[in-house]
Design a protein around this ligand. Structure first.
Ligand code: ADP
Ligand code: MG
Length: 700
């Protein structure tokens, strides 16, 4: 595709700023801009004009329907399509779309999780347009990005708290900047670039694995002779079928104004990554949701399936999402970019240490924000990153912070003290090379990269926590700076004290070394919340309820409902996995192994019938071992089935979750070990499902 085509294509399905300017009357455009920039109320008369222009534009592009596109707590996006048609008295129809339909909707949404927030008799929530995210056309439907709330105003989605958290950090960061005398800044926004990892497998092979179909991951599967140990896939040349997929994916994303930038192979065979150019957090979130959806659709067109599960293959790297995060002003300044002057440096260090403190004080919340049954297989397994939250700053920056903390010289040659606000920071090399890929939270030169997110998750939760936690620290900083009569002194003390109190979370070494986990938990007192049920109860600690309620990001009721939903979701996911395992073992694996041993027995009998001296050791040995394993599998399945059934009587999802974690998951592992061993002993054509090797290397 030529450059010209791409520039024309980009954003062609988005009612973006340029389109609005073109299609809206000047005054309407100005009023809408005001709403978007300052969150001012949008007049219904203005909304009517906008809606009409949007509809005309959408119809021109072939759209026939519209939908309020929202992000319920299931983590995926929801839409209910209405057509534009409106009947006329003479039996004909016209195409209509009113301001009211644009601004507010009432999906019949009683089946979305609300964690008890909404009784069924008041099942209807309402959706409200988020004018800071552009409307777009997807598959003939005009999609209006919206927030989803109950009639009591409680958030039932992932967008509402995100918008609240952005507003919150904007307010506190502005206070800090004002204290620095920055009066030209009108707004501070958090920016996010979410790198997305995924696997591609052949559709025909996928269709033969019920575990992939029902759970998104392989519940069984012996390791193939070759995995990722040669590192020959990472950034390797891309296979033609995958290249064709990536090319089409880019085009589809570009049409929606999504800045897909780089596509490359990842560490594991069949694993790939897409990185977008960063944007404001709520846009980045909308765009990541769309990216995941479109990846799956485009893969199907190429007879492949895109696996977004965090751990599709045991023994092979899982998939995550890297949430690159920074703060930037509407004057175009990145607040996490080291500056050139003493004052800029001081400001940079203050924002940097704010993140340091936020990550330390709210490490539990960061862990919770990425907690799911799927992601438990990555975090805490022998894989980057671990479940322990720590921060990578690089040796140079760490040394600078030490010098600041101790009022000592950074560079021994210069013998100069590093005085905040007086001295220029020594130049330190930017660590943009991803040298430390094991850190859960890494400073990469002018942004932080939070790497614990699971590949299938919405990035909203992680950013809600990050924004709110950093905002809370900035609020305290602003309080101190505003009431100080010696700005320089207070600033210096804030930075020093923060470094002293929170440096224990800085770790520049290998994050998945066992020695680190021991040091982190035993010497440094950091949390190691290995599983979702371990992590979730921390959500409701007094400290965390205070954080969210005081910053008005969540009410306590909303937090409790989210706790319930996450526990319930964990239970449901593991339960589906159990049922799938049971079904596969009973209906596919045990019968297949029986048939194979029968075949072996027939072979043995045939040999005996025709040979004088017979060596039946192969058949006898295999029959013995497979029969023994098959019996064990049978018994394990009964146990597993019963365990999963019994725990249903526990009356809270929390209690059930602990039982899944302590009893059910270990029983699943046991069953898997048995089945995987049978797989290694059974003839390839007798095994009922495609093997790992085929799935991982099946796309050529
Ligand atoms: P690196 O070399 O550290 O990987 P890249 O420039 O390749 O950095 O960026 C990696 C990801 O980080 C991309 O998605 C990019 O858009 C995003 N990113 C870059 N700068 C920022 C920023 N200021 N805020 C948020 N995300 C950013
Ligand atoms: Mg990265």
């Amino acid at each position: 595709m030529s450059d010209m085509r791409v520039t024309e294509l980009f954003g062609c399905m988005v009612f973006d700023d340029a389109t609005m300017k073109e299609k809206l009357p000047k005054e309407t455009y100005r009023l809408l801009q005001r709403t978007m920039k300052n969150g001012k109320h949008l007049d219904l008369a203005v909304a009517n004009v906008v809606a009409n222009a949007m509809k005309d534009w959408a119809i021109e592009k072939g759209a026939t329907h519209f939908t309020h596109w929202f992000q319920p707590l299931t983590g995926i996006t929801a839409e209910k399509h209405d057509s534009f048609i409106s009947p006329l008295e003479d039996g004909r129809v016209i195409m209509e779309f009113s301001g009211k339909e644009l601004v507010q909707g009432e999906p019949d949404a009683s089946s979305f999780p609300s964690g008890g927030l909404r009784a069924t008799f008041e099942a209807r929530g309402y959706t409200a347009w988020d004018p800071t995210s552009y409307a777009f056309i997807k598959e003939g439907t005009l999609c209006i990005p919206t927030a989803f709330c109950s009639f009591g105003g409680e958030a039932l989605d992932k967008k509402t708290p995100l918008l609240r958290s952005m507003e919150c950090i904007n307010k506190q960061a502005l206070r800090v900047l004002r204290a620095f005398g920055k009066t030209d800044v009108g707004a501070v926004r958090t920016t996010v670039g979410a790198e997305q990892e995924y696997f591609l497998v052949d559709k025909a092979l996928y269709d033969r694995r019920r575990d992939l179909i029902y759970t998104g991951r392989n519940l069984f599967g012996a390791k193939p002779p070759k995995g990722q140990e040669l590192d020959d896939h990472y950034f390797g040349s891309i296979k033609p079928r995958v290249a064709a997929f990536m090319k089409e994916l880019d085009v589809e994303l570009w049409k929606l104004g999504i800045l897909a930038k780089t596509e490359h192979n990842e560490a594991a065979p069949a694993q790939h990554e897409l990185a977008p150019i960063f944007s404001t957090t709520n846009l980045a979130t909308d765009h990541n949701q769309l990216t995941m959806e479109i990846m799956q659709k485009v893969a199907k067109r190429h007879d492949m399936v895109c696996l977004l599960h965090e751990k599709p293959f045991k023994g092979v790297n899982g998939s995550g999402k890297h949430n690159n995060w920074s703060l930037s002003t509407d004057t175009g300044i990145n607040l996490l970019e080291p500056g050139e002057t003493p004052a800029e440096n001081a400001q940079f260090l203050l924002f940097l240490t704010a993140v340091l403190r936020a990550v330390d004080e709210y490490q539990d919340l960061l862990r919770i924000s990425v907690a799911s049954a799927g992601n438990d297989h990555r975090l805490g397994a022998h894989e980057a990153p671990p479940a322990v939250v720590s921060m990578f700053l690089g040796d140079e920056l760490t040394a600078i912070l030490e010098a600041v903390e101790n009022d000592a010289a950074y560079d021994s040659k210069e013998k100069e003290l590093l005085r905040i606000g007086v001295h220029i920071l020594p130049k330190f090399p930017k660590d943009t090379t991803d040298r430390n890929r094991t850190s859960p939270f890494a400073f990469t030169g002018n942004k932080f990269e939070f790497r614990m997110l699971g590949s299938s998750a919405s990035i909203s939760d992680a950013n809600v926590v990050l924004n709110t936690a950093v905002a809370q620290v900035l609020r305290e900083y602003a309080d101190a700076l505003e009431s100080s009569d010696n700005f320089e002194q207070t600033l210096h003390e804030l930075i020093r004290t923060t470094i002293r109190n929170h440096k224990h979370i800085i770790f520049n070494g290998n994050g998945y070394d066992d020695a680190w986990i021991r040091e982190a938990t035993q010497k440094r007192g950091l949390l190691n919340l290995r599983t979702t049920p371990d992590a979730l109860p921390h959500l409701l600690s007094e400290k965390n309820i205070r954080l969210f309620t005081e910053n008005r990001v969540f009410s306590e009721t909303e937090m409790r409902s989210r706790f319930e939903i996450m526990m319930e979701n964990y239970c449901k996911v593991v339960n589906i996995e159990v049922l799938t395992m049971v079904e596969m073992v009973r209906k596919q694996i045990i019968p297949a192994v029986s048939r194979y041993t029968q075949q072996l027995a027939q072979t043995a009998a045939a040999k005996r019938a025709v040979l004088k001296t017979v060596d039946l050791s192969v058949e006898v040995d295999l029959i013995e071992r497979l029969s023994a394993l098959n019996s064990q599998a049978y018994i394990k399945v009964q146990t597993l089935d019963k365990l999963a059934d019994d725990l249903k009587h526990l009356d809270t999802f929390e209690a059930q979750a602990y039982s899944y974690r302590d009893d059910v998951i270990p029983a699943m592992e046991d069953l898997r070990t048995i089945v995987d061993e049978m797989e290694t002993l059974t003839a390839e054509d007798a095994w009922p499902v495609p093997a790992y090797g085929e799935l991982l290397f099946g796309i050529r």
